[in-house]
Structure formats: structure tokens, C-alpha cells
Design a protein around this ligand. Sequence first.
Ligand SMILES: C[S@@+](CC[C@H](N)C(=O)[O-])C[C@H]1O[C@@H](n2cnc3c(N)ncnc32)[C@H](O)[C@@H]1O
Length: 192
Amino acid sequence: MSRKEEEEDDDIVCLDESFFIDDNYQITDFTFGSHVLQLYCLQSASTDFDLTGQLVWPGAVLLNDYLTKNANMLQGCSVIELGSGVGITGVLCSRFCREVVMTDHNEEVLKILNKNIKLQESLDDTICCAELKAEKLEWGNSAQLNHILQQRSEGFDLVLGADIYILLDLSPNALIGTNVKSTDLHLKLNSN
Ligand SMILES: C[S@@+](CC[C@H](N)C(=O)[O-])C[C@H]1O[C@@H](n2cnc3c(N)ncnc32)[C@H](O)[C@@H]1O
């Protein structure tokens, strides 16, 4: 290697992807009616579009307000949540539901989602009843969805998602996968 090449080599700074990821999560309280949820999240949006799931979005706050006021529709249900982000909707649902599976496609978001599941398990909170799980699910990925459904032959009672329609022009079929037999995934929509 020539001296010039050596000098140029010295100038190269190697940055792995962690250099661009803000994971300075803070435990934050969110109140919905009588329910106070504690979750790790960022306080402001990441500059990276694909890391939108690191913080709580207004749609989730609205959905959680609605669910708290209509908790009877969740009672005893099994729920799958799409694009869960930090998991604020799934965590609220676990107060009422029988089973909650939170999903996301982003590995970094899945890390914070799992961290929040552990946090819920560590809290001395007797209100919480459902088992919370995180699974990787890219919308429309039938293989990933079938993997989730394999363990739940009866499907889910309810599919929830907050602030996910803004990203693409998606229909529920595109979200859950067109190769999935309609009987595999039971949607129970409540008009209350
Ligand atoms: C705007 S955030 C909403 C997060 C959370 N539901 C909330 O309201 O706070 C959108 C979420 O959808 C996830 N997402 C985006 N595109 C996705 C895809 N193609 N498949 C699965 N998840 C996706 C992101 O990782 C992110 O967590």
C-alpha cells in the first residue's frame, strides 16, 4: 500500500448501524381512565422513517382511550396487534384480554417491544392478566403470519393497529396476507 493510500485508509471511519440508532429509552407513564401504563419509549421521533415504532403515536393514544371506554369488547378476547411499536395498545389490552400477541417488522422495534414485555412482568401489578408476546410480522408476509397462527389454530378474536394506515395504502387483506385462509383469522368486530 502506498503512503497516500495508507493516509486515505486512516481517514476512513467505520460506522455500524448502532451509530444512527437512538435507544435512550425512558420509562414513561401513560394514563387511560383508571389504568396507568409504564413503558420504555423515546420522547421524540427518530429521523429514521423505519424507526417510527420507538415512540408512542397519537393514534395509539386515541385507540387506547376508545378501548378503555369500551373495555367490554376486549374482555376475554385474544388479540393480535399489527405495527405495535413500543406496545402501548397491546399492554393496555392485556388488562382485559385472554391473550395478546404484539407484532412488528423492525428488529430494533422488536427489541424495545420485548423490553416492555419484561417491564410489565416485573411490575407488581395484579390488574394485568393476559400473557403478552412479541412476534416478528411484516404485513402481508404469509409465512410469518402462518407461523404465528400455527400455535393458535382458533385464530384471533380481534386485530388491532394504531397509526399504521398512514404508511401505505393498505387494506386489511394486505396487512394480514392474502394467502391466509379467511377461516384462519377470525375478526370479531363489535359495533358498541
Ligand atoms: C407510526 S408507528 C405506530 C406504532 C404504534 N402502533 C403507535 O401507534 O404508537 C408504525 C409502526 O408500524 C411498523 N411497521 C411499519 N411498516 C411495517 C410493515 N411493513 N410491517 C410490519 N410493521 C410495520 C413500524 O415499525 C412501527 O412500529
